[in-house]
Structures are given as C-alpha cells and as structure tokens.
Design a protein around this ligand. Structure first.
Ligand SMILES: Cc1cc2nc3c(=O)[nH]c(=O)nc-3n(C[C@H](O)[C@H](O)[C@H](O)COP(=O)(O)O)c2cc1C
Length: 201
C-alpha cells in the first residue's frame, strides 16, 4: 500500500494554530499518511513572551519538536500554519521558510504537495492574505498547492474558507469543533493528493 509522508509545520504564540495543526495531522493520519508535527523555533524576546500569560503558557507547555529542514525533505505533503500577523504570516514561520534556500536550489521542494492554514482575531483581519502570502513560498519552490476548496460540504455550509482552514479567535477563543473539522478535512485532502502523487511503497 502507498503511504504518503506528511509534515505539519506551524508557528503558534497562544495555542490556536497548534490546535489546528493537530486536527489537520489527525485527518492526514486517518487518510493513511505517516505524519509528523513540528513547530518552528520561537524568536521573540523573553520580555515580549512573559508580558502575555497565554503566550508564556504555550511556550512552556508545547511538547511538539522544533522543525528542521530534514523534516521538509522527508515529507511528500507539507501543511504550514501561522497566526495572521498584520495581514500576513508570523515572522517566526517566515524565518524558518527563509532557511529553505538550499532545499529550493536542489529542487527537493518542487515535488512537495503544500497547503496552508491560519487564524486571525477578526473575520476581515487578513485570513486570506496570510494564506496567499504563505503560498507565495510554494510558487517559488515549484510545489503543488492544494487548497482546502469546497470539496467537502462542511466547508461550503459551515466554515466557508476554501483558501485553507481558518479560525476567527476574537478575544482569544480557541478553535471550535467546526474549525477543527475543517482542519481535519484539509489533512485528509493533503494526504490523499500526496498519496496519489508520491506515496511510498
Ligand atoms: C502582533 C500581532 C499581530 C496580529 N495581527 C492580526 C491581524 O492582522 N489581523 C487579525 O485579525 N488578527 C491579528 N492578530 C491576532 C492573531 O492572529 C490571533 O490572536 C490568532 O488567533 C493567534 O493565534 P495563536 O494562538 O496560534 O498564536 C495579531 C496578533 C498579534 C500578536
């Protein structure tokens, strides 16, 4: 049987993206993929983190391993998650993506299937612009971009963002079940497409 490899790589400050990443990973796993979850390294100053109790709590409690370039090279399918920061991806994820020059140059990233997801505090605060900005990296890599689309009625009827799973957190509310279901569906879709293209026997 063909078993695709999926890496879910994210940045999260206060835990919302982390919850989404784990739901997406569950979907990919249910669809038969071998899955790893990685968070990118925190780069913010300690005083910025400690000024926000939720940020401090997440930094202290996260058990996910730190992402490396080997994780990207290993995977057939890649899902990237970030909070929306001023309408675009967080600098912590961007910093990690900016270390992929060698992989890009070798052509390794051109065979990857990529998808992305995000959360913002407001519905019009940049969900789509963040996903589109993340996807620019994939165009440069030459990767195959898989959007969430409206392929499942749940997205069309309930969550409604075909660009990628997204969550409006308002005053810090964690993702609800409907959002996590959209994440799960995105993981299923990523694993299915990666499996069709690059599954390892
Ligand atoms: C510096 C900063 C910039 C942000 N920029 C935006 C923004 O442009 N639009 C928006 O709706 N929310 C914005 N937010 C809110 C976060 O995107 C939101 O709280 C998100 O759910 C946090 O995800 P996390 O818990 O995974 O860190 C910003 C938050 C911070 C700290």
């Amino acid at each position: 049987m063909s078993v695709p490899r999926v890496a879910v790589v994210y940045y999260s400050a206060t835990g919302n993206v982390a919850s989404m990443a784990h739901a997406l990973a569950c979907g990919a796993s249910e669809a038969g993929a071998e899955v790893i979850i990685r968070r990118v390294a925190e780069t913010a100053l300690d005083e910025a983190i400690s000024a926000n109790p939720r940020w401090q709590q997440f930094v202290e409690s996260s058990a996910d391993e730190i992402a490396t370039l080997d994780d990207l090279a290993w995977a057939d399918g890649l899902a990237f998650g970030t909070p929306t920061r001023f309408g675009g991806p967080a600098s912590q994820l961007k910093a990690f993506l900016d270390t992929t020059g060698g992989l890009w140059f070798s052509g390794d990233l051109a065979s990857k299937v990529c998808t992305s997801f995000t959360t913002a505090s407001t519905a019009h605060g940049g969900l789509e612009s963040t996903i589109l900005a993340l996807n620019n990296h994939f165009y440069h890599w030459g990767s195959i971009i898989v959007p969430l689309g409206y392929v499942d009625p749940h997205v069309a009827r309930v969550t409604g963002n075909p660009y990628g799973a997204s969550w409006v957190s308002r005053s810090g509310t964690p993702p609800d079940d409907a959002c996590l279901e959209a994440c799960r569906l995105q993981g299923v879709r990523l694993a299915q497409v990666a499996g069709r293209l690059y599954g390892n026997d």
